[in-house]
Design a protein around this ligand. Sequence first.
Ligand code: AMP
Ligand code: ZN
Length: 486
Amino acid sequence: MSLRVYNSLTRRVEPFEPLDEGRVRIYTCGPTVYDRAHIGNFRTFLWEDLLRRYLKWKGYDVTQVMNLTDVDDRTITAAIERAITLDEVTAAPIEWFFEDWDRLGLEPVEHNPRATDHVDGMIELVRRLESAGLTYENEGSVYFPIAKFEDYGRLAGIDPETLGSAGRASGDEEYEKDDPRDFVLWKGGERSGESDVAVWDSPWGRGRPGWHLECSAMAMEYLGETLDIHTGGVDNMFPHHTNEVAQSEGATGKPFARYWLHAAHLLVEGQKMSKSLGNFFTVPDVIDRGHRPSTMRYLMLSGHYRAQLNFTFDGLDAAARSVERLRDFRERVRGAAESEGPRSGDLSDAAARAASAFEAAMDDDLNVSEALAAIFGLVRQGNQLMDAATPAVPDGTDSVLSVFTDFDAVFGVLALRDREGDAVDDDLAAWVEQMIAERRAARAERDFARADEIRNELLARDVVLEDTAEGTRWKIREGVAPATAE
Ligand code: AMP
Ligand code: ZN
């Protein structure tokens, strides 16, 4: 069976065939490191991790590059506003980024180049475009004339004729363009303190690279002139990826990326989660409310990447229950595998069916809903067969465990959950203590209705109270994984 993916370039689901057999080169637009990434950003990164893991599981040798955008309008503005250097702005966000990356169980990628370390390659790319007649210069800045690039806009399905000045990239307003639709490759000249913060020498005088140029140059430097897959969020399709295509293909005359894959957004109450709207959560924000990273990982991976996902705390609770159900089942099967008692029934067929349904679903443009349905189908059937066999245990437990190993090589949820362990985390403990104090106060005021309400609220989280002479003690209900505070 082979993988098919939706290619934004052709707007079709196509068989995936890398340029070199057995090897996949992926470029992934990374975070702009001016602040901590939010979980919307991580939705895209998690799906990219799923794609990477699935390709590896299929046997491909994957080389993935994810850049760190450490010089762009946002990092520069932050440096100017705070009167610090660009490195001082980006140091902490880069550290946080890798911290959250690891906490959510993402695999390290092969290369994480920083834009500021690759300015030479960016200048070189502009020079190639210059030789190809695809640039013009104006007051120290260099522009790409989109009218000279025949296919401009194909990726995003945009007709350049209809691109009025409204189509121009924001942040470019102050630049002197011949045509408002053109984009800046190299931002030169002296402007508003920028020159002190981020400036490099170039054949066009001092200046700094434009954002689009950064990704093209780093992608080609690490992966060659034609990539197998380029990924990012849908918001990157225009202008960012559209301009990456124009400047890369304009310079090389070769296709830049053969497959373009884009993830839909994470929403909050129907709106894109974003820094500018202020409706965002970071990974620590969610952990501080008592939720596990493995729960976040599951929630984000359980929706198809091309469908928007609405983030809610109820959704997180449901995700936590799904993870526990998978875990409990795996424990039960492990127990059966270790049992030396009599055998009755066989799980092998159910396991084989789940394995092939899982792969068929993932092959179909990473259809995670179907893939998870296959796994939960196995859980249901496996439990029925084990119930029926009791007190004996069925054969075929190894086949089931190997389906779970394969599933988790791709989803990476159970390994992360195992790593987290069963310790009640500090946030949950603090929340429970606070609820107990409130209950004590309610009882002191003879508000027993409120006291009962609190007890029930705790019980709903599997927290059991025990009133003793020394005060109220609490524990997590037997056989239940710790609940989470909110
Ligand atoms: P940025 O740091 O803004 O350059 O974004 C990094 C990555 O996160 C890009 O691939 C964006 O497309 C993606 N992204 C930004 N906001 C969201 C969101 N709400 N949901 C999913 N992906 C997002
Ligand atoms: Zn990019």
